[in-house]
Design a protein around this ligand. Sequence first.
Ligand SMILES: NC(=O)c1ccc[n+]([C@@H]2O[C@H](COP(=O)([O-])OP(=O)(O)OC[C@H]3O[C@@H](n4cnc5c(N)ncnc54)[C@H](OP(=O)(O)O)[C@@H]3O)[C@@H](O)[C@H]2O)c1
Length: 336
Amino acid sequence: MSHGNKQQWILAKRPEGIPDTSEVVFQEAPIPETGPGMLLVKNHYISLDPAIRGWMSDIPNYLPPIPIGDPVRATVVGEVLESGADHIKPGDYVFGLGGWETHSTIPVDFCTPVPADNTFPLHYYVNILGAVGLTPYFAIADVGGAQAGQTMLMSAAAGAVGSVGGQIAKLMGLKVVGIAGTDEKCRWVVDELGFDDCINYRTAGDMEAAIRAACPEGVDFYFDNVGGEILDAALMNMNKDSTLLFCGTISTYNATGPVPGPYNYWQILARTITVKGYLVSDHYHRIAEGQAALSQWVKADQLKFREHINEGIENCLDTYNLLFSGGNEGKLMLKL
Ligand SMILES: NC(=O)c1ccc[n+]([C@@H]2O[C@H](COP(=O)([O-])OP(=O)(O)OC[C@H]3O[C@@H](n4cnc5c(N)ncnc54)[C@H](OP(=O)(O)O)[C@@H]3O)[C@@H](O)[C@H]2O)c1
């Protein structure tokens, strides 16, 4: 039986810097047969995550590089059209690891069913009930050991993970200071999300001094999403025995040469800082627990979040690159 064609973005070559259309190419391709253990999913939403940029490169990572010629890998949520597994039927909805394409053929082990009694919009499963909520949910208390009364510094604070993480920390009783790239983003996290303060890193000038002014008591927990110069400025403000949770380093994802380590690396020793590399996927065996907690907070209006949803598979690459200019306001997704 012919399945017709799908539209997709494939990785034609490894990007140098911000990916462009010579490296990531839009094409039509036949939809393959759905073999045993596989699902054919009609994608409704594609999650556009900074991590995808790392998977495009041929460097050691927690997932293998995207093979040249394959669709760009991404988390998707959609409707099952055909199932090669007993427990999932056509018409069910699933979220899992698909790609930048209208249809994905996905191993069933890489998919999680959307609960049949779900009352949330479908795209929440690639947003607040997906990595956006689960990342800070496991990172802050369980992995980072955050305690009420501590001071947290959060970079990319108005982004998807940072904005939710800051609110979770506030719910736990921490003081939270954000760092973001526009005055409007800073205003949003303070006035509407309840952060205690927020520094615009593009206008602050001396970031070390700006962090010191916002956190005169020092930083107990730095939730780092950006790395680079902001990390160096944060290191100079960390307290003794503080925690640096290394969640991401988006300032270096498009680097075309070797990335220098933190210039202030010595401060990790001088201040006996615990540095924790963190991967949300290590905690996916607890996904139901995380989603239950996040659902409660969302229903109680205790977690607010912004969604930046563009439409149309042909707009995937341009939309994706908003992540690196700060052009996204909240969780970046593509609707198909
Ligand atoms: N470890 C894990 O398991 C895990 C899971 C999910 C996400 N992450 C990481 O979490 C971070 C945030 O991801 P997200 O999906 O929530 O994206 P996001 O924060 O919604 O979007 C990325 C934001 O990063 C900021 N940014 C971009 N370039 C920057 C630079 N050079 N310096 C400072 N800030 C910059 C921009 O905001 P401004 O306007 O404020 O600059 C941009 O809006 C990423 O590093 C990602 O890799 C890690």
